[in-house]
Design a protein around this ligand. Structure first.
Ligand code: SF4
Length: 1018
């Protein structure tokens, strides 16, 4: 007997077995309950559970459905509840002989495919696609392009043939030709990719579906065998199927034994190939298809159901549904206009704080945005109010300190000669003092200058020169080096993954410490380290097997990718997530934010590759892509709104920080007539004033100040235990600031410190510890700039001298300067120069091995040629005479020594001087900032010292092909003095060993992220 809790529509859907059925299930209409009851009903009607197949999209959904069904019909019933992918995976392995594939073929991960693509980019023979320096996005688009083709069961040769045939037509326009040329490159990539997988025993998810379709379509015996296994087939979330999945269902279901459950209004995965037209295609396959709508919404209030319905009704060609609400009347939906995005975040955070104070649990609140980046401000504002919050993001392993520590060891073991930063991290995490580190680095610098075979020299110092150094902690350092040496030996005869396991378990405390703890944080760290091992196991198979050094490089590539969709925890925290991440979830209160133009709906962007209409399978809607995009964005807004059970807020700012122009509210809000709709209460948030009282007294900052005061007080009074407790609270507050909650905070981990060695302590007491900075330090413009950008960067690079890897773009800069110098010198001597001379000079110094790929090397070489051309054009129009190039200078400013090299000094026909500095990068300094530039000020002073007067002009010559411009300023003595005052202030701080970060450093390109505590804290 079907459950008495079923409503009439659900009952009809459960008991209908007269033919194929499509259940059109609106949000909150009890879809899973209905499917479960249907399975129970089928078994009660005599069907064996073993002959029922239920297909879902995610492992999570499959697990939940299996559990619910087995609660009803008993565990071990034999029913198959599976995702599409694992069903196909089992099928192709079972029939691998028919397919000619290895039964043990491994699943290729997205990381593996990306790394393979990036590393082999030179081999695909692209004829039309430009390869950028960082080809991550290009490879992502190519892999997405391949995936879409597979969704339509289109194979590489078919695509190549199509593009080739079409290109023969001379009458097509430039745009069409460009698309086809790109498709030809996609076909080349696709072919290489398939070949790589097949030769190395890999499959991807799309292969599983397309191979299963191919097998069932072409082999009657197999198809009949598989069909006869199932008397009934159920498909959940049918709206998310792509053509290949629909075709698969069609191949295994005979037409009378099929139930699909779909909500066309919740189809939000077009980018993954889900096409609404599949519902129409289903009808075409099964003419007797019965449609039963589930129209009672048990989740949301009447206002939410009605309003979301009003919005989605703007989409054409929907399946007929008349949703009614069965969760009572609640308050109106609130539409909130904020003057700007900062005020928007503050208003939402205030509203949430009020709710929580009134008893709403944080876990009952969602903040949803279309773009992930838009969510960040809400998470920050909530943290300031100490509201537990989780910004649901993608899982990037290197975000975790434990992975960064493991990576330091891995880098050193993979290549001990060129990993100064990793060495610094290891030595300091194992307790070696900064003074000792500084001396090791200085000695390494000397050694590496004398002998380039020693790399950055650190390993050589540690191996052979430790005794010569006047440092303490030598025994400790020897024991660290000895463990590293054992690992370096170990890697020679073991797989990279075995070396990693040996490193984590035996040769470091990384696993051990976590295992001894058993806290939430240590469990998370163990699982993160396990993921690191799995990733290494995966990457060591790239290109048929790789060495540790290659695997470590590949790991760094993988860390740069943003592949995984965020998974939220079950913690009682406010969840800030994208609308896509909220699919299938619900909350008592939902804020749909940033409902403004270009944010929701997002601006339409043409995909890099789309499947040509002629090759697409299944039914297609003859509608412009932009229209389809807008419809999908509306469905996204609908999905977001229907997550709310009781209270729904639709929020938009009128302006975004940094933009002068206002933005309009989302067109979806306009469609809802938000200022006059009786279902809506329209509110206007007040302007949030920066540096206002609110910011100064944010609870988090108040608490932090309070505990800082207590820490200082207890320390001064000698109440050290209380001081320590205050310190722990400060660390917890910092964790809330960084993570939004304390779920992963581990006090024991925090308290793990390295007490000073007895000798160090003695020195400390006797005041024998010298400052880190040499009082005779020689300064330069770039050192001052580095300090101004980030005080810690200055400390790591200039004071501790931690070696960093050489960058390819530095190579370009060095080469350009060198050629310009030689050309100018020849010119000054009266020798004739032209572009041929310049090209020859360039070829003499060009080192192709300095670049990561041949393609990049060729591109950089091309750019260099353009830079040389530009130089000749500049010279042709330059009326002045060059009097010095690469001119060294020494300056004394207030007792501090400064040195540097001026790229070029010109003299005007009137006898005045002009200073020019070549810039090879793309980043430019606005003209009005030249007067504050430290480098220019110092160069001007140096010219005055050398030639007796200040230059009249000074500036930068941008030679990069993307800029090519001369930016000059008139030299003003007073302004230069003001810059010098700033320089003096920096020098004074440096000489005090003051490295406190006092701004917002730009860490993105910083090499010291691996050791930087400030960055780790952020
Ligand atoms: S990572 Fe950021 S804070 Fe740390 S040294 Fe680099 S720039 Fe400075």
């Amino acid at each position: 007997m079907p459950s008495t809790k079923l409503n009439p529509d659900q009952l009809k859907a459960v008991t209908y077995t007269d033919g194929p059925l499509l259940i059109l299930a609106g949000p909150g209409s009890g879809k899973t309950f209905t499917i479960t009851e249907k399975v129970v009903d089928l078994t009660e009607k005599g069907l064996s559970p073993e002959k029922i197949l239920a297909l879902t999209f995610s492992e999570k959904a499959a697990g939940e459905m299996q559990e619910r069904i087995e609660n009803k019909i008993g565990v071990g019933s034999g029913i198959t509840v599976s995702t599409f992918h694992s069903f196909c995976n089992d099928l192709i392995r079972e029939f691998s002989l028919y397919l000619g594939i290895n039964q043990n073929a491994k699943l290729i991960s997205k990381e593996h495919s990306h790394v393979w693509g990036i590393k082999n980019i030179d081999s695909f023979g692209f004829q039309n696609l430009a390869i950028p320096t960082q080809p991550y996005d290009l490879i992502t688009s190519l892999l997405e392009g391949v995936s879409q083709l597979k969704d339509h069961l289109v194979f590489p040769e078919e695509l190549a043939e199509y593009a080739g045939r079409k290109l023969e037509d001379d009458s097509m326009d430039e745009g069409e030709r460009d698309v086809l040329l790109k498709l030809s490159d996609l076909a080349r990539f696709y072919e290489h990719y398939q070949k790589y997988k097949s030769e190395n025993g890999f499959l991807d998810y799309d292969d599983m579906i397309s191979m299963a379709c191919n097998l069932l379509e072409t082999n009657d015996v197999v198809r009949n065998m598989v069909r006869s296994r199932y008397d009934y087939v159920l498909v959940d979330e049918f709206q998310d199927t792509n053509f290949a999945q629909l075709f698969l269902v069609h191949l295994i279901a005979d037409g009378n034994n099929l139930t699909c459950v779909a909500d066309d209004d919740q189809c939000i995965y077009r980018f993954r190939g889900a096409y609404l037209a599949n519902i129409e295609q289903l009808q075409e396959y099964y003419h007797t298809l019965e449609k039963i709508p589930l129209e009672k919404n048990y989740r949301s209030s009447s206002q939410i159901v009605q309003l979301s319905q009003q919005l989605i009704e703007n989409n054409p060609q929907r399946q007929e549904k008349k949703l009614t609400a069965h969760n009572g009347e609640k308050s109106e939906v609130k539409v909130v206009k904020a003057p700007d995005d900062v005020s928007e975040a503050e208003w939402v955070a205030d509203e949430i704080t009020k709710m929580i104070n009134e008893g709403v649990q944080p876990g009952e609140i969602f903040i949803l945005t279309r773009k992930r980046a838009d969510g960040k401000k809400f998470s920050e504002s909530l943290k300031q109010r100490m509201v537990p919050v989780e910004f649901v993001g993608s899982l990037q392993l290197n975000r975790f300190p434990v992975v960064r520590e493991a990576m330091a060891y891995l880098h050193v073991v993979a290549d001990p000669f060129n990993n100064g930063i990793a060495f610094a991290k290891i030595l300091s995490r194992e307790g070696v003092s900064e003074h000792n580190l500084q001396k090791i680095n200085l000695q390494a610098l000397k050694i590496s200058r004398d002998d380039s075979d020693t790399g950055d020299g650190i390993y050589s110092v540690l191996l052979y020169h430790l005794d010569e150094l006047d440092i303490s902690q030598k025994d400790l350092i020897r024991s660290i080096v000895s463990r590293l040496n054992e690992l370096i030996e170990y890697k020679k005869s073991h797989l990279p993954s075995d070396t990693v396991k040996h490193l984590l378990s035996e040769k470091t405390d990384l696993y051990r410490t976590q295992l001894q703890e058993d806290t939430l944080s240590s469990r998370r760290n163990i699982s993160i380290l396990n993921s690191l091992v799995t990733t290494v196991e995966d990457l060591e198979l790239v290109d048929g097997g790789s060495e540790l050094k290659t695997v470590v490089e590949d790991l760094e590539l993988v860390f740069g990718l943003d592949l995984d969709e965020g998974v939220s925890s079950d913690e009682d925290t406010v969840k800030v997530m994208t609308i896509h991440q909220s699919k299938g979830k619900e909350a008592k209160v939902v804020f749909v934010c940033d409902m403004a133009t270009r944010h929701l709906p997002l601006t339409y962007r043409r995909k890099a590759f789309t499947v040509p209409k002629e090759l697409s399978k299944g039914r297609q809607r003859e509608v412009d892509e932009k229209v389809l995009h807008l419809e999908e964005e509306r469905r996204l807004a609908y999905v977001a709104m229907t997550r709310a059970k009781e209270e729904l807020y639709l929020v938009f700012p009128e302006k975004y920080e940094g933009n002068k122009r206002k933005v309009s509210p989302s067109e979806f809000l306009a469609q809802l007539e938000y200022t006059s709709n009786p279902l809506i209460e329209y509110l206007e948030a007040e302007q949030f004033e920066r540096n206002s009282e609110v910011e100064e007294v944010s609870p988090l900052m108040k608490k932090r100040d309070e505990y800082l005061r207590m820490l200082s007080m207890y320390s001064k009074q000698g109440q050290l235990k209380q001081a320590l407790e205050s310190l722990v609270v400060l660390a917890q507050l910092r964790e809330i600031e960084a993570e939004g909650n304390l779920a992963a905070f581990d006090a024991k981990d925090f308290l793990q410190v390295n007490p000073k060695e007895p000798k160090e302590l003695e020195d400390l007491i006797d005041n024998n510890i010298p400052p880190l900075v040499d009082p005779n330090m020689r300064f330069s413009a770039s050192k001052i700039k580095t300090y101004q950008d980030c005080q810690l960067k200055f400390k790591y690079g200039t004071v501790l001298n931690i070696p960093t890897p050489q960058k390819a773009y530095f190579q370009v800069g060095t080469d350009v300067h060198s050629v310009y110098e030689q050309l100018s010198k020849m010119d000054m001597k009266g020798e004739s120069i032209d572009i041929t001379t310049a090209s020859k000079l360039l070829d003499e110094i060009w080192d192709p091995t300095a670049y990561p790929s041949r393609t990049q090397e060729q591109q950089e070489h091309g750019k260099m040629k353009q830079m040389l051309d530009f130089w000749f054009r500049f010279e042709a129009d330059n009326p002045n005479e060059t009097v010095a190039v690469e001119e060294f200078f020494d300056l004394d400013l207030n007792g501090a020594h400064f040195g540097g090299v001026i790229d070029r000094i010109d003299r005007t026909p009137e006898g005045e001087y002009i200073v020019i500095d070549y810039k090879t990068g793309k980043t430019t300094l606005p003209k009005n900032k030249l007067k504050d530039d430290v480098q220019i000020a110092l160069y001007c002073l140096a010219v005055k010292e050398m030639y007796g007067k200040l230059p009249i002009k000074a500036g930068l010559l941008y030679v990069n092909p993307d800029v090519q411009e001369l930016r000059m300023m008139d030299v003003d003595e007073e302004r230069i003095e003001a810059v010098v005052d700033g320089i003096n202030a920096v020098v004074a701080r440096v000489l005090r060993d003051d490295f406190e970060v006092d701004g917002e450093p730009n860490c993105y390109f910083c090499d010291f992220k691996g050791i930087c505590e400030w960055w780790e804290g952020e």
